[in-house]
Each structure stands twice: as C-alpha cells, then as structure tokens.
Write a protein that binds this ligand. Structure first.
Ligand code: ACO
Length: 457
C-alpha cells in the first residue's frame, strides 16, 4: 500500500509520497516541494538525502552490513575474484563460466596501452602524484579510444577496456616514476597476478607470482569495489548526469577519491603512523590531538558517514593483515601502533559517543605495505578497485528514466542588490578574515603590479 506523509508549511498542508526500498529504507519524495511551497530542503553533505534509486549495493551502517547485488561482502571476499565481482556489479548477476571466460579474454585483449600514451607519463614532473596522472590518463582515453556506441555489447567492451587498462596505466605510472622500464601485461596471467608482475618484475630480479599475494589483492579490490553513494561515486553520477562520456565521468571520480577524507585516507593513515613511529608520539597524545576541536588532526582510518559500528570491510582487512604478515615473516612496527591506537580509541568516550570505529582504510595500508606497494600508490590501488562500482553506478544512472541533470539549489547569503561602482570611486576594504582575498592582496608584489599596469596600457 502506498504511504504518504503530511507537511504543514505556512499553514498549507502538503501530502508527500513515501518511497520504500527493498530492505525497508524509507524516503520522502520531495520532488514537488519547491514548486508547491517555494521551500527547498537544506542538507549540506547530503547526509539525509537520497539522490537516486539504486539496485547495486546495500549497506546498513547500524548493523555493519555490506552486500553487492544482494551477496554479502564476507562471502565475496571468501569465494570470489575481483573480476567476477566486477562482473556481478556491472551486469547484475554472477557470471556463468562462459561469461567469465569471455570477460577474461576481453580483459586480456584490452590490456596493452596505445604507445603514444607513454609520452604523457614521460612528460609529467617526476614527483607528480600518481592519482593526478591517473585521472588525466583516464580522461585522455576518450581521445585514444573514441569508439563509444550505445549498443549494449559495445558499451560492455568499453567497461572492460577501462577495467583492463586502468591496471596497465597504474603500473606504468609507477615504473616510469622510478625511471624503470615499463613491464607489459602477460596473456598467461590473471588480472591481479598481471598487475603485481607489471609493478614488480625486473630484468635482474624476476618477480615470483605468489598465490597468497594474488589472493590478498583479489580480496583488497573486492572490498573496495563499490560502496553505494559515497563522495567519488556521487561525483561520477553528478558529472555523468550532464551526459559527458564515461571516461570523463570516471576521471572525476578518481579526482574525488584522492582527498584524505575519502580514498586518500589509506595514505593519510600510513603518514600518520609513520609520524607517530618517527616522532615517538604516544597513543594518548595522538588521541588527544584527534579529539582537540582546535587541531585539524584526525584519527585517519576512523569514522564513517554511514557506518556507526565496525565497517565490515575493516574486519576482513584486519584478518588479511595477520595472514600476510605471518606469510612474509615480517613484523611491521606500524601494525603494532595501529593495534594500540584501535584498542585505545575503542575504549575512549569521545570515539564511543560519536560512534567512531575503524573503517576499511585503518588496516588497508598495512596490507598494501606487505604486498610491497609504495605509499603514494595506495589511493591508486583503491581507484582500481572502485572502478567496477563507478561503472555500474554510471550505467544505472544513464539508463534511469527518472534521472535529470544534477543541479542542486542553494540558500543565498550574499549581498542584496548593489549598484556598480566605477573603479575611481572604490574604497579599499581590507579582508583580514577572508584567507583567499588576504592571500590575493599580500601575494601580489609591486613588480607584478607594474607589469600588469604596463600590459593594461
Ligand atoms: N578523528 C577525530 N574525530 C573525528 C573523526 C576522526 N577520524 N571522524 C569524525 N570525528 C568527529 C568530528 O570531528 C565530529 O565531531 P563534532 O561532532 O564534535 O564536530 C564528529 O566526529 C562527526 O564527524 P563528521 O566529520 O561530522 O562526520 P562525517 O560523517 O561528516 O565524516 C569522515 C565522515 C569524513 C569519514 C570522518 O569520520 C573522517 O574525517 N574520518 C577520518 C578520515 C577517514 O578515515 N576517511 C575514510 C573514510 S572511508 C572511505 O572513504 C573509504
């Protein structure tokens, strides 16, 4: 039975329909609100706003549940591979053997890069962050591979081309940053083994494929493959809503993921742990800094917009940490700090009261270190894993007849009508509180000014 809620605004009663999801989540449909009342809703960060209906990923932040197309993340991490999970997310069902073989053939066929793309890398400054390079390269794919057709079969090839090439592009960025020879993909290796080989094979020390490392990488990427309407996925949907090509939409997702509050948190966690290790900061000092509202420091890897209990991915990641470190017979001093931080934070009332628990990134850096992945590649590893999710969400968005171009409203708080003042009549107004304006004023030297004045004449 259809449900409705009543809203009374300025004495006028409005009846709004309720939408209910397959797991009982409820939303009030406010699409006619502004038209009928003149009001809009105010929800910075979209914490209470549903921006789409989606059949891809279900998560329950209170119970710590995550499922892709209904399948629990724990089962996928135990039994699936990254390629199979990618298929599940994009196609909507687990592949048959034939479908999986066909997918692997395409992934293999698409794995080499256009040779001219290498020139891009070679001209980047040596210290450029690989996330910046990756987002530019994915955007450039539109020019290198312009064949995008609306036919389902061709779009499927585009998805697989992206999934295959992002792995080659990422490994290539790493090799070139080291000044080392690029390693090409091998047709005899599976997706994850191929990536590790492209990263680490060397003419002097050939890389030995280790099944446990390959399994760990599969699990790492499965855990990152989708997370419903997070920051980067929302970026992909918003940018995609303007009907831009898929490569540009995905490239914007990569840029959004880079931030330390989102995918960049895995790198931020390791930087934080290294600082603690190097400076000898105690766990207590670290937590005090994180709790101080006047200190921008946060306990990276803790807290989540949706999870108000343990992130189920963090539990799996923690187990993987133990397996890998036992396997490589190495003690990572950062693991000890992570464990002590977690234990102390979970007992601390600040973290308990705010429901701040470890998220996937708290342990993922240690796992990546155990695989030999350098810190500045961590967020790239996340991006490769998240790609199937972005593709699935983009695909769902463009096919949704209810979707419109993303165009939120705002509450304007600026000046009311002002008359234009001719430049000779303007008064200098200092901007002490506005950082950007203050920067603009103080950073312009008299040399710059005289140069501009000359050029204006
Ligand atoms: N350390 C210290 N305090 C924290 C932390 C943290 N890691 N996370 C949240 N808080 C505090 C906030 O200061 C805020 O306090 P207040 O109510 O006194 O102002 C309160 O908890 C609520 O936090 P918000 O930032 O409002 O929560 P929000 O849902 O907007 O942010 C986020 C979630 C960005 C993940 C936040 O918890 C955070 O910054 N965590 C650290 C970064 C991180 O690990 N990001 C990875 C997220 S998972 C992912 O993207 C893969």
């Amino acid at each position: 039975m259809k449900k409705f809620v009543k809203l009374v605004i300025d004495g006028k009663e409005l009846t709004l329909p309720v939408i209910e999801g397959s797991e009982g989540e409820k939303a009030i449909d406010i699409r006619n609100l502004r038209q009928e009342t003149g009001y809009i809703t105010f929800d910075p960060g979209f914490g209470n706003s549903g921006t789409c209906k989606s059949a891809i990923t279900y998560m329950d932040g209170e119970k710590g549940i995550l499922r892709y197309r209904g399948v629990p993340i724990e089962q996928l991490a135990e039994h699936s591979t990254f390629v199979e999970t990618a298929f599940l997310l994009i196609a909507g069902h687990l592949p048959t053997r034939k479908e999986l073989t066909r997918t692997s053939v395409y992934l293999n066929d698409f794995s080499p890069l256009h040779e001219n793309m290498k020139a891009f890398y070679q001209n980047y400054p040596p210290k450029a962050h690989p996330m910046g390079i990756l987002s530019a390269m994915v955007n450039a794919m539109r020019s290198f591979y312009p064949e995008l057709l609306d036919i389902e079969e061709d779009m499927n090839k585009t998805y697989l081309r992206l999934i295959s090439k992002i792995r080659t592009m990422s490994a290539m960025a790493y090799r070139i940053s080291l000044g080392e020879k690029v390693v090409y993909p091998r047709p005899d290796l599976c997706y994850c083994a191929n990536f590790l080989n492209m990263m680490f094979d060397n003419v002097v020390i050939p890389y030995r494929i280790d099944d446990d490392m390959v399994r760990a990488l599969n699990v790492f990427w499965i855990l990152h493959a989708d997370h419903e309407q997070n920051c980067s996925t929302t970026a992909v949907r918003v940018v995609g809503s303007g009907k831009v090509n898929i490569y540009s939409a995905i490239s914007s997702g990569i840029s959004a993921l880079w931030g330390p509050l989102h995918g960049g948190a895995n790198q931020a966690v390791i930087n934080m742990l290294e600082e603690i290790h190097k400076d000898g900061m105690t766990v207590k000092e670290c937590l005090s800094k994180a709790k101080d509202p006047n200190d921008p420091f946060r306990l990276y890897g803790f807290g989540h917009r949706v999870y108000k209990t343990f992130d189920p991915r963090a539990k799996i990641m923690k187990k993987m940490c133990d397996i890998l470190l036992t396997k490589i017979k190495r003690k990572d001093p950062l693991l000890d700090i992570v464990q002590r931080l977690e234990e102390a934070a979970l007992k601390d009332s600040y973290f308990k009261d705010k429901n701040l628990y470890p998220n996937v990134d708290f342990y993922s850096g240690i796992v990546l270190r155990a695989m030999g992945i350098p810190t500045n590649m961590f967020t790239v590893m996340f991006a490769i894993g998240r790609l199937p999710g972005w593709i699935a969400q983009w695909k769902e968005d463009v096919a949704d007849p209810e979707m419109r171009i993303s165009r939120p409203r705002q509450i304007y708080t600026g000046n009311q009508l002002q008359e234009y003042i001719p430049i000779g009549d303007r008064r200098y107004v200092p901007y002490p509180k506005n950082a950007l304006n203050a920067w603009m004023v103080t950073s312009i030297s008299s040399v710059d000014i005289s140069r501009w004045v000359t050029s204006l004449k």
